[in-house]
Design a protein around this ligand. Structure first.
Ligand SMILES: Cc1cc2nc3c(=O)[nH]c(=O)nc-3n(C[C@H](O)[C@H](O)[C@H](O)COP(=O)(O)OP(=O)(O)OC[C@H]3O[C@@H](n4cnc5c(N)ncnc54)[C@H](O)[C@@H]3O)c2cc1C
Length: 465
């Protein structure tokens, strides 16, 4: 054992420390297995004090530290540097409090999103963050990436759900502000600096999460829409006609819908026939069991009668609703058939989306005429996902495809990352949608908080920028 390993073992106990060959694959591989880390150590601390002691030791020994939550991040953010330490939050899964008066939950960072849902539900409350990886993704990972997901249109991103935060900085100092107030303008809001910083500025240990009253009604529908203009009209109409209850507006382009419903045909029927340009999953969560269902049906009726949607199916039961959601969420198997593929998570003004789809697709097909290109996304938040299989997976092909997509995103005033972060995957393209002055400011913040560069040092910034 090295002296550093001895120090780690003294902090977390030998049973919570793994080294070199004894490190399980789940600590090395990221989602999609594209990035393979080469950590020399994995430590599984049990509390904030242990994380503080670990970071002090790592800072002294200049060992890079990468926080690992559920490992569902898709940009290689939790991939450890060779010789580095993976700090796994898997033992920090306590929900310390659900306060039904303040509408708050205090959770350790290793708590899964689903466990947070269930703890809130047990008190007739609701934690709105929701995404497909809910069973594995953690509160710490969601804070690290400022995760978005399905209900941003109504409740915002993770940033909007964190009232208080506790974190350990690179030198081991603990910053804790576990307040429950919505308003707090006392000086710099350091909490928001850490949210979305991908483990590069501090390790999140605990958070005060904002809860909401549990919705009493759920209405879900799938619409078939034949033009992008009508998609926008439908969105604006729903926002106006269902004020405060519209909770999801997920759009799937035709070939995405076809691929997913075909691949999952043995599991469930296709809810609407093929042949339309867009399929939109709409959800409204309300509080009036008497009026809400009729109101939802009436609004969909208006949308059909105005000719914006060509067809629609409304869920008649929770099971129906799950089956509609599965069209959008049961993606892993269908998309794995496209492997090796390149996946993008970008944002832009709604009105720029048709241009983005046309220009990015043309750019990809100029190099790879037979490319398969699928598009879907959280359209109500200006967020599109593009997935493409071009028949090659080498670095040159990846660079061509990345450039085709990110150049257009930059020109249309968008962002290279809507909700997944930058990690290793996008760092070369950060300058497409961030100015030199912004990147310089980010670097200054990084070096002020982590002067020895031990916290996830190779993420977000390219060595070349
Ligand atoms: C099927 C599927 C669907 C998804 N859908 C969505 C979606 O709709 N919206 C969305 O935003 N994302 C989505 N994701 C991506 C992913 O689930 C989220 O980014 C999630 O927040 C990551 O959580 P995690 O615990 O797995 O984090 P990890 O993958 O373990 O880590 C992600 C990043 O956060 C850092 N980190 C982890 N824990 C901490 C901590 N305690 N302190 C500081 N930094 C930390 C890591 O170092 C890394 O940089 C999806 C992923 C999958 C596989």
């Amino acid at each position: 054992m090295t002296r550093f390993a001895d120090a780690l073992a003294a902090i977390v106990g030998r049973e919570n420390l793994f080294e070199q060959g004894a490190i399980d694959d789940r600590y090395r591989h990221s989602m999609g297995r594209k990035y393979v880390g080469a950590p020399a150590y994995v430590a599984r601390p049990g509390n904030t004090a242990e994380i503080s002691a670990i970071l002090r030791a790592a800072n002294d020994a200049r060992v890079p530290v990468t926080a690992l939550g559920g490992g569902t991040g898709v940009v290689g953010g939790a991939t450890a540097l060779p010789g580095g330490l993976v700090l796994s939050l898997e033992r920090m899964r306590r929900i310390e409090e659900v306060d039904s008066n303040s509408l708050t939950m205090i959770a350790e960072s290793g708590v899964t999103i689903q466990a947070a849902h269930e703890a809130a539900e047990a008190q007739q409350l609701f934690f709105p963050l929701d995404l497909g990886a809910r069973g594995t993704a953690t509160i710490g990972g969601a804070i690290g990436t400022n995760a978005g997901g399905n209900r941003v249109i109504r409740w915002g991103m993770m940033r909007d759900m964190v009232l208080g935060l506790e974190a350990v900085l690179a030198d081991g100092s603990v910053v804790s502000a576990l307040g429950k107030a919505v308003k707090d303008n006392a000086g710099y809001n350091w909490k928001h600096l850490l949210i979305g910083s991908e483990g590069t500025l501090g390790i999140v240990t605990r958070a005060v999460l904002r809860l909401r009253p549990r919705p009493l009604t759920t209405a879900t529908a799938l619409l078939a829409i034949d033009s992008f203009e009508s998609v926008v009209s439908v969105l604006r109409h729903l926002e106006a006609a269902l004020p405060g209850t519209l909770s999801a507006f997920e759009v799937m382009w035709d070939n995405f819908y076809e691929l997913v419903t075909r691949a999952n045909a043995a599991k469930r029927d296709r809810p609407l026939p093929l042949g339309h340009r867009h399929y939109v999953l709409v959800e409204s969560l309300g509080s009036d069991p008497v009026a809400d269902p009729g109101r939802f049906e009436a609004v969909l009726g208006e949308i059909l009668s105005k000719g914006w949607a060509a067809d629609a199916v409304i869920a008649q039961s929770p099971r129906d609703s799950e089956r509609l959601w599965a069209v959008r969420e049961d993606l892993m198997e269908p998309l794995s058939a496209l492997w090796p593929m390149f996946a993008f998570d970008v944002s832009m003004p709604l009105t720029a989306m048709p241009q983005f789809v046309d220009r990015a697709s043309a750019g990809i097909r100029a190099a790879f005429p037979d490319a398969t290109i699928l598009i879907y996304g959280h359209l109500g938040d200006g967020n599109l996902h593009l997935v493409t299989k071009v028949g090659r997976a080498d670095e040159e092909a990846e660079h061509i495809v990345d450039s085709a997509v990110y150049d257009v995103v930059g020109e249309l005033g968008g962002s290279i990352s809507a909700e997944h972060g930058v990690g290793l995957m996008k760092r070369e393209f950060l300058s497409r949608t961030r100015s030199p002055a912004e990147i310089q400011m980010m670097r200054r913040i990084k070096s002020a908080l982590d002067p020895n560069g031990i916290l996830n040092p190779d993420k977000i910034f390219s060595p070349l920028t």
